[in-house]
Design a protein around this ligand. Structure first.
Ligand code: DCP
Length: 545
């Protein structure tokens, strides 16, 4: 285990409930739950104390806690006389919209960005932050902690049964990480009102386990000395990645084993026989509390999606849902454009057949205008191509992908990504570390001028559609299509990849101009120099709508 790293996992407590408390001005001590149709999807801690849980139906919840305030998630749709608008929640005619929770999530991220530029959004309400470099800086500036003197961790819990050793340099790093974590949580509380629980450890696996140990609104440190006892009680299915199909396979292969420690005892050859060499090695590491996965900065979503599942439906109902999905996607594209100045080049449709349960996909150029009517027309054309295979249909997902930045909006993106770097620069000992989207490996920092241009060309040439962000949906879209199915031409894909490269450079704090990578200092930003002419053509060459 790399015990030099310090990784935080922050998780908003009863997130949707907090958003509704703030939006509606409801006191936080009032029991509250967020409802979606007949079920509860979020329950606040006062309601939990009264026996309300996500498993309750509305009547059970009301019986257990008569004072419970129920707030329905925002809904979108409900076509009336051809018009679309948000009206009464009705599962048959409308869909849930997460817009207000997504906005709240970005408010929180905006505060976090001031502290670190290595932030990975794991879901709408949880992030990993790699604060290793910040901890280095703080320790360097704060002097010698070799005797642990002056370091305080009373604001943090420590995993049960473990103790911090103030003369261990690794534990000192975690204590400093805990101080940073508390600062981040305090700033978020002060600026957004939202409360979070957090975990502090040396890797993503342990910090995620830690953040759940003392909820709500508390933080927990897991030092390596806690790992043996933690693994002896931890049900392996609770480990990130072992809850789903792989977990089921493990139950099948090794019935009777429950904890991570139990799995540690399985001979390697048995693991290899059942799961293959690679998975077996990875699993053995996980069961020892080890995980070398990096925090992958991913603040710019690669695609925007609107999805809906419904009972088996014929064409009439599919049209109705597509109109509603088009409305939601239109809002999301406009909001994204406002925030980041990007333009999606592809419209992607996934539809699931209720007969075969297979998902089919179809995609084409994004219309130039993003009004819901235009998206709907284009989506219908995409659906017509695959309707033979997916009618009756039980699920639709409409997505925007293949984003490019308009030249005039590059600045907007640079500003978005430079927030963390500039905050650091303002401090006496600054640091500008890499930040990136979760894209492919872009050419190295040292590359400059013509060298970088050649590196760019090579990278573009290598890039497959997946690297253009085309095949990766948000978690709501499964089964992304393969390369052969993409109906856009190779030139468009190459341009999208070229754009991805530029965005990647910007998002890594390298700017787009010749001053990129000046050692030890902020990147000077000039107008894009790389691929300038083809980019200019590209900006003016919008697809026909
Ligand atoms: N959510 C949802 N459907 C689910 C589970 C959750 O829509 N089946 C939403 C509502 C939650 C949010 O996602 O507020 C985050 O989910 P979490 O599992 O993190 O739970 P909470 O944040 O609500 O509570 P906790 O404090 O236990 O993390």
């Amino acid at each position: 285990m790399d015990r030099w790293r310090v990784i935080l996992h922050l998780d908003l407590d009863a997130f949707y409930c907090q958003v509704e408390h703030k939006r509606l001005g409801i006191d936080r001590n009032v029991p509250l739950a967020v409802q979606q149709w007949a079920g509860l999807i979020a329950v606040n801690y006062p309601a939990r104390a009264n026996g309300v849980g996500r498993f309750c139906d509305i009547n059970e919840a009301k019986t257990a806690c008569p004072d419970l305030r129920l707030v329905h998630v925002e809904t979108i749709g409900n076509t009336k006389g051809g018009k679309v608008g948000a009206v009464e929640a009705n599962k048959g005619t409308s869909k849930a919209s997460l817009a207000r929770y997504r906005r709240a999530s970005f408010e929180v991220i905006n505060v976090m960005k001031r502290f670190s530029d290595k932030i990975e959004r794991a879901s709408i309400d949880e992030v990993y932050i790699d604060v290793t470099a910040l901890v280095d800086d703080r320790l360097r500036r704060s002097g010698d902690f070799s005797d642990g003197g002056g370091l305080e961790w009373s604001e943090s819990h420590v995993a049960e049964g473990a103790a911090l050793n103030p003369s261990s340099e690794h534990d000192i790093r975690l204590i400093m990480g805990a101080k940073v974590c508390k600062e981040i949580r305090d700033a978020i509380k002060a600026e957004t009102e939202y409360e979070m629980s957090a975990g502090i450890s040396h890797n993503k696996l342990l910090s995620k386990l830690a953040s759940a140990m003392n909820k709500p609104n508390k933080q927990t440190i897991v030092p390596t000395s806690a790992v043996p006892s933690l693994m002896s009680t931890l049900e392996y299915k609770q480990i990130n990645g072992l809850g789903g199909k792989l977990g089921d396979r493990l139950v099948q292969l090794f019935p009777g084993l429950k904890t991570a420690l139990d799995l540690q005892g399985v001979p390697r050859e048995d693991l290899v026989r059942g799961l293959g060499e690679k998975t077996a090695g990875w699993l053995q590491q996980l069961c020892r509390g080890d995980c070398d996965s990096d925090v992958k900065p991913n603040l710019l979503p690669k695609s925007l999606n609107a999805c809906k599942s419904f009972p088996a439906s014929e064409l009439g109902a599919v049209k109705k849902w597509l109109l509603i999905l088009a409305e939601e996607l239109s809002d999301r594209i406009l909001e994204d454009h406002e925030d980041f100045g990007r333009t999606p080049r592809l419209l992607v449709l996934h539809a699931r057949s209720s007969k075969t349960y297979e998902q089919h996909s179809s995609q084409g150029p994004m219309p130039a205008k993003w009004a819901k009517e235009r998206l709907f027309e284009h989506a219908m054309r995409l659906f017509e191509k695959i309707q033979g295979e997916c009618l009756p249909c039980s699920r639709l997902a409409l997505g925007a992908a293949g984003f490019v930045a308009e030249e005039r909006n590059m600045k907007k993106l640079e500003t978005f990504f430079s927030a963390a770097g500039e905050a650091e620069e303002a401090r006496p000992v600054g640091r500008r570390a890499a930040i990136g989207t979760a894209g492919g490996e872009a050419p190295s920092r040292e590359a400059g001028g013509g060298k970088r241009s050649r590196a760019l060309d090579a990278w573009v040439e290598r890039a497959a559609p997946a690297e253009a962000g085309l095949a990766e949906g948000e978690s709501t879209i499964e089964g992304a299509p393969g390369e052969a199915e993409w109906s856009v031409d190779r030139a468009t894909l190459q341009e999208i990849n070229r754009q991805r490269y530029l965005l990647d450079m910007i998002s890594r704090g390298k700017g787009t101009g010749g001053g990129v990578g000046a050692p030890g200092g902020a990147a000077k930003r000039k107008k894009p120099a790389v691929g300038q002419s083809s980019l200019s053509n590209f900006f003016t060459r919008r697809p026909a709508s």
